[in-house]
Design a protein around this ligand. Sequence first.
Ligand SMILES: Cc1cc2nc3c(=O)[nH]c(=O)nc-3n(C[C@H](O)[C@H](O)[C@H](O)COP(=O)(O)OP(=O)(O)OC[C@H]3O[C@@H](n4cnc5c(N)ncnc54)[C@H](O)[C@@H]3O)c2cc1C
Length: 512
Amino acid sequence: MEIETWDVVVVGGGAAGLSTALMLGRARRRVLVLDGGSPRNRFAAHMHGVLGHDGLDPAELVARGREEVARYGVEVRTAVVEHVADVADAVAVRCADGTEHHARALVVATGLTDELPDVPGLAERWGTSVLHCPYCHGWEVQDRRLGVLVTSPLGLHQAELVRQWSDRVTVFTAAVGGVEPEVERRLRSRGVEVVASSVVEVVGEGDGIAAVRTADGDVPIDAVFTAARLRPHDAFLADLGLARAEGPLGSAIEVDPTGRTSHPRVWAVGNVVTPGANVPMVVGAGAMTGGTVNMALVTEEFDAAAADVAPATFWEERYAGSDRVWSGRPNSTVVDVVAGLEPGRALDLGCGEGADAIWLAGHGWTATGLDISPTAIRRSTAAARAARVPPERIRFVATDLDAWSADERFDLVTASFLHSPVALSRTDILRRAADRVAPGGHLLIVSHAAAPPWSTHQHEHTFLTPDDEVATLDLDPGTWTTVLSETRTRAATTPDGEQTTLDDGVVLLRRR
Ligand SMILES: Cc1cc2nc3c(=O)[nH]c(=O)nc-3n(C[C@H](O)[C@H](O)[C@H](O)COP(=O)(O)OP(=O)(O)OC[C@H]3O[C@@H](n4cnc5c(N)ncnc54)[C@H](O)[C@@H]3O)c2cc1C
């Protein structure tokens, strides 16, 4: 079976899904909308409170939306999505008809089902004379005899709200076991009738209602408001393990204001996550989500392109792009560990602007610093001169560590924070560095235990624990002794000048 691939698959082609797709189509994304064709408001003939479309048939809004997204190449297909799973760098979307699609981003805009109270006569009038929201349909039934079937404590708010549209309101409270006397007093204070006997049926001709039948007789009513139990359409996402949140209307997928879920490739928008939102609200939310999804894809594209840059170009641009990149102070972990070693010849790999090498030279070592960036090396040399380090005690060399080879042996080889957002054969470099350690000498590796919190780069390598670092180097245990393999927390300054702490991985190996 052929699997089609898309930038974005939007599941659900109601107001939220189509609004999202419109933004994405106009952002020149390849978008597929898969829609089951059952929007929540399909029971109503007219839609209200939607600026520019007040009174429009909801089906007409969807038809216009489909026409508009098609102008930008968005495909809309009728299909019901049954399952979503993770695949490499994408999500796999499987439909009930067996078709499958892969997408870099998934937008869930599947809405919800209103599960009505089990009262005969309600369901067949849903959207005509049995109503869910006075903002949508209150105007049309103003001043009529309005009933409110309370099914949960929240329904009591609806009872007060409906009074704004008519002074002939009757509240039926049996489903919540009646109300406290002070609540009843509050409702009656503005003329709202309270009926505690159980509702057995809603009766009338066709779509119209004549009365609400209770165990104690009929109460004449023209329209009924009631809150349904809301069931979001999200079961097909179960295998993704998305975080959920308990809201006032029940449990739903947890999202941030842009619709981002706990999954980096999945967004959710519209009634499936905000059950109380009407059409204009979900249209707005869809526009926001569409823009956010596009930006996430743009970022991913730039990250991938930047990761392809040659390390020499990346690091030279990094150093050339500002007057100074590092603090100019030696790394405190290096200082701490090296203080206990007998000085000799030291080699600092990836020396940056030279602070560690200059410190070494000032503490009895003859230091060599290597870095891939000529700008960094120029700065290191100038800093050593400014610190009056005798030239015979220090030298800096601009070289690609991948290509660097020398026969010279050192009593100490250090590599501090030899991490790179672009390709770096770190393990090979460190293994070759180990070959440069003289008998009795040390290899010191200081690393980030995780990406610094302020880093904006998408690091392509994993940050190893010290023990994993030792295991990955896989040096001959007959030649090497592990002196230190531990994590140390130290004070650090963020690029914004704020004080924070960082965890350093520290590995010190001694050559026998
Ligand atoms: C009776 C009634 C009247 C209303 N009247 C108004 C009104 O006058 N004004 C107003 O602003 N709001 C009104 N609303 C609210 C309005 O319906 C919602 O705000 C709106 O429909 C939410 O849009 P949505 O895109 O989130 O979901 P929906 O419009 O429900 O669209 C979801 C879409 O996803 C599809 N879908 C679901 N599961 C899948 C799946 N697994 N695979 C593929 N597709 C799937 C569905 O078939 C549907 O087409 C009314 C609601 C009701 C119940």
